[in-house]
Design a protein around this ligand. Structure first.
Ligand SMILES: Nc1nc2c(c(=O)[nH]1)N[C@H]1C(S)=C(S)[C@@H](COP(=O)(O)OP(=O)(O)OC[C@H]3O[C@@H](n4cnc5c(=O)[nH]c(N)nc54)[C@H](O)[C@@H]3O)O[C@H]1N2
Ligand SMILES: Nc1nc2c(c(=O)[nH]1)N[C@H]1C(S)=C(S)[C@@H](COP(=O)(O)OP(=O)(O)OC[C@H]3O[C@@H](n4cnc5c(=O)[nH]c(N)nc54)[C@H](O)[C@@H]3O)O[C@H]1N2
Ligand code: SF4
Ligand SMILES: [Mo]
Length: 749
């Protein structure tokens, strides 16, 4: 399907463009507009995605020093943080059961949390408490046996806060450091570490600028990493190729109007992005990549000398591709041999190819295999370890990668373990920690007493919301550290006490902090001032909160925890214990932002023991579909079994909804299902009809059918609402749920 034209005339004909500019104008000319502009100019990294705009050269500058790089998503995120405080009367007035009626968007619009709150068993309302009461609760809560305490974190906090979080947990003898990356890019980290010895992107922004072909797989970058689109536009301008692999035609991947190219946007309605668009069956990426390998071999476009010199295991990968029949590849992927051959030719004849991907690759029960199969294809064509080429997971949250680097992970690197053990003057526990899904399972079984969530929305981000709620209700004490209320704060309640602790965000902290972008670049964030000030508001920094708890638990030996309130000292410890991070020790003095050592490979010498890339054979995925009867629905009832992929609208950030509608997909509200019109016909349904959608955990009624550019057999819905439908089916090696391949039945009751 070389489909380069959007199918529906009433939708915008390019991603970005006018709706985006309208949003800018609306937001920046309101009364808070002045503060918004000041914040956009503040020397700190953008809050939203991990592309890493902002920092010491100013809010609008990217890592290559280019200007005009802020996107509307950044404005959205800041605008939401600039909201006024929620009044004390609000929580006195509304009971928890009333708060549970709020939607995600309504929760966010309540405003900023500005003083600590507690909900005790038997009480119907959150009540204000003091910070000293918070610490009185925290100390005994963290003195529980190490295996019964846990944390979860989301990637917006600083490196310093992340480092302190894991240091606190390791010092208590616990490795239970669940993190949102477990639900996100964990398969990339696991897969890339095995192949290349390093779990992050091997491509810097600078290197990307030398590529002449980008293969963009399972990413809706126009919505979720808008400034990556500038790089694709420039690549097309220098005659480069862009191959898109996605079951859905995302309009902004066909054409994108970027404010950085205003004249082109006005004259032509945007720049062309995709050279070739491969609309495959959801979850079949491994089949496609084996097909690409097979075709590259057949077209004599593989680099055998490179394989023999720089890789191990290549022969088995080649044999497997040769043995796999075209019939099984095309049946599995839903693509024709011609389409795959055309893509292989573009890849094989380009000089430097970057393979970039996001959640369409990782959120599958074979997520790690997906990553292996991409890496194999890069290696077969010699596209790893040279300028302009390589593997590039496009990270989610703005500092999610920093959390991993700081040791907030259940797969702690041996070097860090040793260094931490020296620092803490005791061995690091060998008991494996809970990743996010393990944490939910352990909590369900009553094995967790205390949970601290540093940001995020553990409840709504997980599959099977009922299970998540039930799991959290088994925990004695939960501390939610947050800037704004979300669904989790009202639905994810603990058995005895739930605390809601307000903190400053990145541009408000009273000290400097750092963050790491998806391109391995470390940013310095200046101190700032919040519009929420004492005595009207009573917020603290995450660093203060964590060090205060640790100090009360451990005092000053072997680490002086209260001295760690000074983030310079935290950075000194980071420099000593985190590989590649030595330069962080002086970043506050010389303002020198830097690329982390040992991550960007421009030579085919990798971080594995032998220095060679380790190739792994990836079996074809088993893609079966249940029947209506499996859902308890009779075969002659109106309806159809399809594969649901869940994801983000153009107006949300993860579980936080900013706008109800998704103009680009023509979905007017949150309760829509995007379907192919042939499926709608086949099922004897109609566009705009209200239907029920049933999965293996739950059901949603009154869902409106919207016909759109999605492959036959595949449907799309928004998360977190859709998380009620299905149980967690995880990739065993990474723990990541298959949010992108969920069998559901769409039917009329
Ligand atoms: N504005 C905004 N920015 C964000 C976020 C946000 O919510 N809003 N979230 C941040 C976070 S944490 C993350 S992880 C990223 C997420 O960024 P993305 O990964 O771009 O987000 P998703 O909405 O999950 O979209 C994944 C894409 O994969 C496609 N896809 C689905 N199934 C398959 C498949 O089987 N194979 C292939 N090849 N493709 C498939 C979908 O059609 C969709 O286009 O964005 C980050 N940036
Ligand atoms: N069905 C389905 N489910 C998914 C996904 C999917 O594609 N489909 N994607 C998954 C992915 S990729 C991810 S990353 C997860 C996201 O999961 P999470 O990261 O857990 O969720 P978020 O919605 O990003 O968390 C938002 C909250 O963070 C808090 N916050 C914001 N800034 C700060 C700060 O500076 N400090 C602190 N302490 N708190 C702050 C605010 O209270 C806000 O409400 O969801 C996963 N769940
Ligand atoms: S692309 Fe990402 S980092 Fe850059 S301004 Fe937009 S949201 Fe922020
Ligand atoms: Mo994510």
């Amino acid at each position: 399907m070389m489909n380069n034209s959007p199918d529906n005339e009433s939708h915008p004909s390019a991603g970005g463009g006018l709706p985006v500019i309208q949003y800018w104008v609306e937001k920046t000319f309101t009364p808070t507009g002045v503060k918004l502009w000041q914040t956009l100019n503040h020397k700190s990294a953008c809050l939203s995605c991990a592309w890493g705009t902002g920092g010491q050269k100013g809010g609008f500058v990217n890592e290559a020093g280019e200007y005009l790089q802020r996107c509307a998503k950044s404005v959205e995120a800041i605008a939401s943080e600039l909201q006024p405080a929620i009044s004390q009367e609000f929580f006195e007035k509304y009971s928890i059961s009333q708060l549970q009626q709020l939607t995600s968007q309504e929760c966010d619009r309540l405003g900023r949390l500005s003083y600590p709150l507690i909900l005790r068993t038997g009480s119907s309302h959150y009540e204000r408490i003091t910070w000293s009461e918070v610490y009185q609760i925290a100390v005994p809560a963290f003195r529980q046996p190490a295996q019964r305490i846990a944390t979860y974190s989301s990637g917006r906090s600083s490196n310093e806060a992340a480092y302190l979080l894991q240091l606190l947990m390791r010092s208590l003898g616990s490795n239970n450091l669940a993190d949102c990356s477990d639900l996100c890019h964990a398969p990339s980290t696991v897969g890339l570490k095995q192949v290349f010895g390093s779990g992050t992107s091997m491509v810097s922004l600078e290197s990307l600028k030398h590529s002449d072909c980008v293969v963009l797989i399972g990413s809706n970058a126009p919505a979720n990493h808008p400034r990556l689109m500038n790089e694709l536009i420039k690549l097309r301008q220098r005659n480069g190729k862009v191959i898109i692999i996605n079951p859905q035609i995302e309009i902004g991947l066909v054409k994108f109007a970027s404010p950085a190219f205003p004249i082109k946007s006005l004259l032509t309605g945007g720049s062309d992005i995709s050279t070739l668009y491969l609309q495959l069956i959801p979850g079949s990426d491994v089949a496609l990549f084996i097909g690409l390998q097979k075709s590259l071999i057949a077209q004599n476009l593989i680099k055998t000398e490179y394989l023999t010199s720089y890789t191990d295991g290549w022969q088995a990968v080649i044999d497997y591709a040769n043995q796999t029949s075209w019939d099984s590849i095309t049946a599995n992927s839903g693509l024709s041999q011609e389409e795959i051959t055309a893509a292989a030719y573009l890849i094989g004849t380009s000089k430097s190819v970057v393979f970039a991907w996001a959640m369409g690759i990782t959120q599958h029960s074979n997520g790690v295999d997906n990553v292996f199969s991409i890496a194999n294809t890069a290696l077969i064509t010699g596209n790893a370890g040279k300028v302009g080429a390589g593997t590039m997971p496009i990270r989610g949250h703005s500092n999610v990668q920093g959390f991993g680097s700081m040791g907030v992970t259940v797969n702690l690197r041996e070097e860090i373990k040793q260094a931490l053990s020296k620092l803490l003057q005791k061995p690091i526990s060998e008991t494996p920690g809970y990743h996010t899904r393990d944490l939910i399972e352990a909590a369900t079984q009553g094995k967790v007493d205390t949970l601290l969530c540093l940001g995020g929305n553990l409840y709504a981000a997980n599959p099977d919301l009922q299970q998540a709620q039930q799991a959290l209700s088994q925990i004695q004490t939960i501390f939610y550290v947050a800037t704004k209320p979300n669904l989790g704060h009202f639905h994810g309640l603990a058995q005895h006490q739930t605390l809601l602790l307000p903190v400053f965000n990145r541009f408000e902290n009273p000290h400097q902090t750092t963050t790491e972008s998806g391109n391995n670049f470390v940013r310095l964030n200046d101190e700032g001032k919040s519009h929420l000030q004492y005595p009207d508001a009573d917020l603290i920094s995450e660093v203060e909160l964590l060090t205060e708890i640790a100090h009360r638990l451990h005092g000053e030996s072997p680490i002086n925890w209260s001295k760690l309130q000074d983030t310079n000292y935290v950075r000194e410890l980071i420099a000593k214990t985190i590989p590649g991070y030595q330069k962080i020790a002086t970043i506050d003095k010389n303002q020198e932002e830097f690329t982390i050592e040992g991550r960007i490979f421009t030579q085919p010498k990798f971080a594995t023991t032998s220095g060679k890339a380790q190739m792994v054979v990836t079996p074809l995925p088993q893609l079966s579909l249940p029947t209506k009867a499996d859902f308890g629905i009779s075969e002659n009832q109106v309806g159809i079994v399809v594969i649901l992929g869940t994801g983000r609208s153009y107006g949300q950030h993860n579980t936080v909804v900013y706008h109800r509608e998704d103009k680009y997909r023509g979905m007017p509200h949150r309760h829509c299902i995007l379907m192919n019109s042939l499926d709608v016909q086949k099922a004897r349904l109609q566009q705009h009809q209200r239907v029920s959608v049933k999965g293996n955990a739950g059901e949603l009624d009154n869902i409106e059918i919207i016909c759109g550019a999605i492959r036959e057999g595949a449907v799309f819905m928004f998360y977190p609402e859709a998380n009620i439908l299905f149980k967690a089916n995880i990739d065993a090696r990474s723990g990541t749920p298959a949010y992108k391949r969920i069998p559901v039945c769409v039917y009329v009751k």
